[in-house]
Design a protein around this ligand. Structure first.
Ligand SMILES: Nc1ncnc2c1ncn2[C@@H]1O[C@H](COP(=O)(O)OP(=O)(O)OP(=O)(O)O)[C@@H](O)[C@H]1O
Ligand SMILES: [Mg+2]
Length: 285
Protein backbone atom coordinates (compact mmCIF):
# COMPACT_ATOMS: atom_id res chain seq x y z
CA UNK A 1 0.00 0.00 0.00
CA UNK A 2 1.09 3.55 -0.47
CA UNK A 3 0.26 7.04 0.73
CA UNK A 4 -0.76 9.28 -2.14
CA UNK A 5 -1.08 13.04 -2.46
CA UNK A 6 -2.93 14.10 -5.63
CA UNK A 7 -2.76 17.76 -6.62
CA UNK A 8 -2.83 18.83 -2.97
CA UNK A 9 -2.76 22.55 -2.21
CA UNK A 10 -2.98 24.20 1.17
CA UNK A 11 -3.51 27.90 1.76
CA UNK A 12 -3.03 29.50 5.18
CA UNK A 13 -5.49 32.25 6.14
CA UNK A 14 -7.32 32.34 2.79
CA UNK A 15 -9.04 35.59 1.91
CA UNK A 16 -6.96 37.64 4.38
CA UNK A 17 -3.88 39.82 3.85
CA UNK A 18 -1.89 36.88 5.36
CA UNK A 19 -3.03 34.43 2.71
CA UNK A 20 -0.17 32.06 1.86
CA UNK A 21 -0.12 29.06 -0.47
CA UNK A 22 2.15 26.72 1.50
CA UNK A 23 1.46 23.63 -0.66
CA UNK A 24 0.93 24.10 -4.35
CA UNK A 25 -0.33 21.09 -6.34
CA UNK A 26 1.63 18.39 -4.53
CA UNK A 27 1.66 15.01 -6.29
CA UNK A 28 3.50 12.43 -4.24
CA UNK A 29 3.35 8.68 -3.68
CA UNK A 30 5.10 7.38 -0.59
CA UNK A 31 5.59 3.65 -0.25
CA UNK A 32 4.67 2.13 3.07
CA UNK A 33 7.42 0.22 4.86
CA UNK A 34 10.17 2.70 4.08
CA UNK A 35 11.98 5.48 5.91
CA UNK A 36 11.49 8.62 3.87
CA UNK A 37 13.21 11.92 4.58
CA UNK A 38 11.29 15.11 3.82
CA UNK A 39 13.80 17.87 3.23
CA UNK A 40 13.95 21.36 1.76
CA UNK A 41 14.70 24.93 2.69
CA UNK A 42 13.01 26.57 5.65
CA UNK A 43 9.48 27.60 4.67
CA UNK A 44 9.28 25.07 1.81
CA UNK A 45 6.16 23.43 3.28
CA UNK A 46 7.51 20.34 5.10
CA UNK A 47 5.57 20.79 8.35
CA UNK A 48 2.45 21.77 6.42
CA UNK A 49 2.72 18.63 4.27
CA UNK A 50 3.08 16.17 7.13
CA UNK A 51 0.15 17.63 9.07
CA UNK A 52 -2.08 16.45 6.22
CA UNK A 53 -1.22 12.83 6.98
CA UNK A 54 -3.53 12.61 9.99
CA UNK A 55 -5.95 15.29 8.77
CA UNK A 56 -4.73 17.87 11.25
CA UNK A 57 -4.70 20.17 8.23
CA UNK A 58 -7.20 19.56 5.42
CA UNK A 59 -6.33 20.30 1.80
CA UNK A 60 -7.90 23.27 0.06
CA UNK A 61 -7.52 21.42 -3.22
CA UNK A 62 -6.81 17.80 -4.14
CA UNK A 63 -6.90 14.65 -2.04
CA UNK A 64 -4.79 12.35 0.10
CA UNK A 65 -5.10 8.59 0.27
CA UNK A 66 -3.79 6.97 3.38
CA UNK A 67 -4.44 3.59 5.02
CA UNK A 68 -7.53 2.95 2.92
CA UNK A 69 -9.04 6.41 3.57
CA UNK A 70 -9.44 9.39 1.30
CA UNK A 71 -9.15 12.91 2.67
CA UNK A 72 -10.64 15.26 0.11
CA UNK A 73 -10.73 19.03 -0.23
CA UNK A 74 -14.11 20.43 0.75
CA UNK A 75 -15.17 17.31 2.68
CA UNK A 76 -15.14 17.18 6.44
CA UNK A 77 -13.58 13.83 7.32
CA UNK A 78 -15.65 11.63 9.62
CA UNK A 79 -14.44 9.42 12.44
CA UNK A 80 -10.85 10.60 12.60
CA UNK A 81 -9.94 8.62 15.70
CA UNK A 82 -8.64 5.48 13.92
CA UNK A 83 -6.53 7.66 11.59
CA UNK A 84 -5.09 9.62 14.52
CA UNK A 85 -4.18 6.34 16.21
CA UNK A 86 -2.59 4.78 13.12
CA UNK A 87 -0.66 7.87 12.03
CA UNK A 88 1.47 9.01 14.96
CA UNK A 89 2.58 12.59 14.45
CA UNK A 90 5.46 13.92 16.55
CA UNK A 91 5.74 17.69 16.29
CA UNK A 92 8.96 19.62 16.51
CA UNK A 93 9.88 20.11 20.19
CA UNK A 94 7.09 17.74 21.31
CA UNK A 95 8.32 17.98 24.89
CA UNK A 96 6.34 21.21 25.30
CA UNK A 97 3.17 19.11 25.07
CA UNK A 98 3.82 16.89 28.09
CA UNK A 99 1.11 17.72 30.58
CA UNK A 100 0.48 14.93 33.10
CA UNK A 101 1.95 15.02 36.59
CA UNK A 102 4.06 11.90 36.08
CA UNK A 103 5.89 10.37 33.14
CA UNK A 104 3.96 7.11 33.24
CA UNK A 105 0.59 8.92 33.34
CA UNK A 106 1.62 11.00 30.34
CA UNK A 107 2.38 7.91 28.28
CA UNK A 108 -0.69 5.97 29.49
CA UNK A 109 -2.97 8.86 28.43
CA UNK A 110 -2.84 8.14 24.68
CA UNK A 111 -3.79 4.45 24.62
CA UNK A 112 -6.44 5.04 27.31
CA UNK A 113 -7.89 7.85 25.24
CA UNK A 114 -8.21 5.37 22.38
CA UNK A 115 -10.19 2.94 24.53
CA UNK A 116 -7.47 0.61 25.86
CA UNK A 117 -8.01 -0.66 29.44
CA UNK A 118 -5.94 0.93 32.24
CA UNK A 119 -3.92 -2.26 32.67
CA UNK A 120 -3.16 -2.69 28.96
CA UNK A 121 -2.43 1.03 28.58
CA UNK A 122 0.13 0.73 31.37
CA UNK A 123 1.72 -2.26 29.66
CA UNK A 124 1.92 -0.37 26.36
CA UNK A 125 3.33 2.68 28.13
CA UNK A 126 6.08 0.61 29.77
CA UNK A 127 6.98 -1.02 26.46
CA UNK A 128 7.13 2.37 24.74
CA UNK A 129 9.29 3.88 27.49
CA UNK A 130 11.66 0.91 27.27
CA UNK A 131 11.88 1.37 23.48
CA UNK A 132 12.98 4.98 23.86
CA UNK A 133 15.56 3.91 26.43
CA UNK A 134 13.97 5.23 29.63
CA UNK A 135 14.12 3.10 32.77
CA UNK A 136 11.54 2.52 35.50
CA UNK A 137 13.12 4.95 37.95
CA UNK A 138 11.68 7.90 36.04
CA UNK A 139 8.09 6.59 35.76
CA UNK A 140 6.86 8.48 38.81
CA UNK A 141 8.87 11.66 38.14
CA UNK A 142 7.24 14.81 36.89
CA UNK A 143 8.12 15.50 33.25
CA UNK A 144 9.31 18.90 34.51
CA UNK A 145 12.14 17.19 36.42
CA UNK A 146 13.63 15.62 33.29
CA UNK A 147 16.38 16.84 30.98
CA UNK A 148 15.44 18.12 27.52
CA UNK A 149 16.56 14.87 25.88
CA UNK A 150 14.60 12.75 28.36
CA UNK A 151 11.47 14.86 27.80
CA UNK A 152 11.83 14.35 24.06
CA UNK A 153 11.97 10.58 24.64
CA UNK A 154 8.83 10.67 26.77
CA UNK A 155 7.02 12.63 24.06
CA UNK A 156 8.03 10.04 21.47
CA UNK A 157 6.97 7.23 23.84
CA UNK A 158 3.55 8.97 24.05
CA UNK A 159 3.11 8.33 20.36
CA UNK A 160 4.71 4.86 20.27
CA UNK A 161 2.38 3.66 23.06
CA UNK A 162 -0.48 4.01 20.58
CA UNK A 163 1.31 1.57 18.28
CA UNK A 164 0.91 3.65 15.09
CA UNK A 165 1.40 2.02 11.68
CA UNK A 166 2.94 5.20 10.33
CA UNK A 167 5.27 7.36 12.38
CA UNK A 168 5.74 10.96 11.26
CA UNK A 169 8.46 13.03 12.93
CA UNK A 170 9.09 16.74 12.48
CA UNK A 171 12.80 17.37 13.14
CA UNK A 172 12.93 14.79 15.96
CA UNK A 173 16.62 15.25 16.73
CA UNK A 174 16.76 19.06 16.65
CA UNK A 175 18.69 20.22 19.71
CA UNK A 176 19.77 16.76 20.90
CA UNK A 177 23.43 16.00 21.60
CA UNK A 178 25.28 13.74 19.08
CA UNK A 179 24.84 10.60 21.18
CA UNK A 180 21.15 11.33 21.77
CA UNK A 181 20.71 11.96 18.06
CA UNK A 182 22.36 8.66 17.17
CA UNK A 183 20.23 6.72 19.66
CA UNK A 184 17.05 8.38 18.42
CA UNK A 185 17.82 7.68 14.76
CA UNK A 186 18.79 4.08 15.58
CA UNK A 187 15.43 3.69 17.32
CA UNK A 188 13.52 4.88 14.24
CA UNK A 189 15.63 2.58 12.10
CA UNK A 190 14.79 -0.37 14.36
CA UNK A 191 11.09 0.53 14.42
CA UNK A 192 11.18 0.38 10.64
CA UNK A 193 13.38 -2.66 10.02
CA UNK A 194 12.25 -4.78 12.98
CA UNK A 195 8.62 -3.70 13.50
CA UNK A 196 7.77 -2.69 9.93
CA UNK A 197 6.67 0.86 10.77
CA UNK A 198 6.51 3.31 7.91
CA UNK A 199 8.56 6.33 8.91
CA UNK A 200 8.59 9.88 7.59
CA UNK A 201 11.19 12.24 8.99
CA UNK A 202 11.45 15.95 8.38
CA UNK A 203 15.08 16.90 8.83
CA UNK A 204 17.79 19.36 7.86
CA UNK A 205 20.55 16.86 8.71
CA UNK A 206 21.89 15.22 5.55
CA UNK A 207 24.19 12.87 7.49
CA UNK A 208 21.04 11.35 9.01
CA UNK A 209 19.34 11.11 5.65
CA UNK A 210 22.36 9.38 4.15
CA UNK A 211 22.83 6.98 7.03
CA UNK A 212 19.29 5.99 7.97
CA UNK A 213 16.74 6.85 5.26
CA UNK A 214 15.69 4.93 2.15
CA UNK A 215 14.14 7.71 0.08
CA UNK A 216 14.30 11.48 -0.12
CA UNK A 217 11.58 14.00 -0.95
CA UNK A 218 12.72 17.56 -1.60
CA UNK A 219 10.10 20.28 -1.23
CA UNK A 220 10.59 23.65 -2.84
CA UNK A 221 8.07 26.50 -2.60
CA UNK A 222 5.27 24.09 -1.68
CA UNK A 223 5.99 21.70 -4.57
CA UNK A 224 7.79 18.38 -4.78
CA UNK A 225 11.04 19.03 -6.60
CA UNK A 226 12.56 15.56 -6.26
CA UNK A 227 11.54 12.15 -4.94
CA UNK A 228 14.32 9.58 -5.25
CA UNK A 229 16.11 6.83 -3.40
CA UNK A 230 18.89 8.35 -1.33
CA UNK A 231 21.80 6.87 -3.26
CA UNK A 232 20.54 8.31 -6.53
CA UNK A 233 19.79 11.58 -4.81
CA UNK A 234 23.25 12.06 -3.29
CA UNK A 235 25.08 10.87 -6.40
CA UNK A 236 24.92 14.38 -7.85
CA UNK A 237 26.46 16.68 -5.26
CA UNK A 238 26.15 19.73 -7.53
CA UNK A 239 22.41 19.18 -8.03
CA UNK A 240 22.05 18.93 -4.22
CA UNK A 241 23.93 22.17 -3.73
CA UNK A 242 21.72 23.88 -6.34
CA UNK A 243 18.80 23.16 -3.98
CA UNK A 244 20.61 24.64 -0.99
CA UNK A 245 21.39 21.17 0.36
CA UNK A 246 24.87 20.39 1.63
CA UNK A 247 25.58 16.73 0.78
CA UNK A 248 26.96 14.42 3.51
CA UNK A 249 30.69 14.73 4.29
CA UNK A 250 31.49 11.36 2.70
CA UNK A 251 29.90 12.43 -0.61
CA UNK A 252 31.76 15.76 -0.57
CA UNK A 253 35.01 13.95 0.19
CA UNK A 254 34.45 11.61 -2.76
CA UNK A 255 33.79 14.59 -5.05
CA UNK A 256 37.08 16.21 -4.00
CA UNK A 257 39.01 12.97 -4.49
CA UNK A 258 37.44 12.39 -7.92
CA UNK A 259 38.46 15.92 -8.93
CA UNK A 260 42.01 14.95 -7.96
CA UNK A 261 41.93 11.93 -10.28
CA UNK A 262 40.75 9.04 -8.12
CA UNK A 263 38.13 6.83 -9.82
CA UNK A 264 36.18 5.54 -6.75
CA UNK A 265 33.17 3.25 -7.32
CA UNK A 266 29.59 4.33 -6.64
CA UNK A 267 29.32 1.60 -4.01
CA UNK A 268 31.38 3.31 -1.33
CA UNK A 269 29.01 4.17 1.51
CA UNK A 270 31.27 4.37 4.56
CA UNK A 271 34.50 6.01 5.68
CA UNK A 272 36.09 2.56 6.06
CA UNK A 273 35.15 1.60 2.50
CA UNK A 274 36.51 4.91 1.22
CA UNK A 275 39.82 4.41 3.06
CA UNK A 276 40.12 0.90 1.62
CA UNK A 277 39.37 2.10 -1.94
CA UNK A 278 42.00 4.85 -1.60
CA UNK A 279 44.58 2.37 -0.35
CA UNK A 280 43.89 0.13 -3.38
CA UNK A 281 44.16 2.99 -5.87
CA UNK A 282 47.35 4.34 -4.30
CA UNK A 283 48.89 0.86 -4.22
CA UNK A 284 48.01 0.36 -7.91
CA UNK A 285 49.61 3.69 -8.73
N1 LIG B 1 -0.20 29.61 10.46
C1 LIG B 1 0.35 30.13 9.36
N2 LIG B 1 -0.18 31.23 8.75
C2 LIG B 1 0.36 31.73 7.63
N3 LIG B 1 1.44 31.22 7.01
C3 LIG B 1 2.01 30.14 7.55
C4 LIG B 1 1.51 29.54 8.76
N4 LIG B 1 2.30 28.48 9.07
C5 LIG B 1 3.24 28.42 8.09
N5 LIG B 1 3.07 29.42 7.20
C6 LIG B 1 3.91 29.67 6.00
O1 LIG B 1 3.84 28.55 5.16
C7 LIG B 1 5.12 28.25 4.61
C8 LIG B 1 5.47 26.80 4.89
O2 LIG B 1 5.62 26.65 6.28
P1 LIG B 1 6.10 25.29 6.92
O3 LIG B 1 6.04 25.47 8.39
O4 LIG B 1 5.33 24.16 6.34
O5 LIG B 1 7.60 25.22 6.40
P2 LIG B 1 8.79 24.21 6.76
O6 LIG B 1 9.30 23.66 5.47
O7 LIG B 1 8.32 23.23 7.78
O8 LIG B 1 9.91 25.17 7.34
P3 LIG B 1 11.00 24.95 8.55
O9 LIG B 1 12.14 24.17 7.94
O10 LIG B 1 11.40 26.34 8.89
O11 LIG B 1 10.30 24.23 9.67
C9 LIG B 1 6.10 29.26 5.23
O12 LIG B 1 6.35 30.27 4.29
C10 LIG B 1 5.36 29.80 6.41
O13 LIG B 1 5.69 31.15 6.64
MG1 LIG C 1 8.81 22.92 9.78
Amino acid sequence: MSITFSKVSYVYSPGTPYEYRALDGVDLTLEEGKITAIIGRTGSGKSTLIQHLNALLLPNEGEIQILGRTIKAGEKPKNLKPLRKDVGLVFQFPEYQLFEETVIKDVIFGPKNFGVSEEDAKKKAKEALALVGLSEDIYEKSPLELSGGQKRRVAIADILAMDPKILVLDEPTAGLDPMGTKEMMSLFYRLNRQFGKTILIVTHDMEQVYQYCDDVVVLEDGKVRIHQDKDTFFRDAKECESMGILPPALIRMKEILKAKGFTLSENIHSVDALAEALREEVRNG
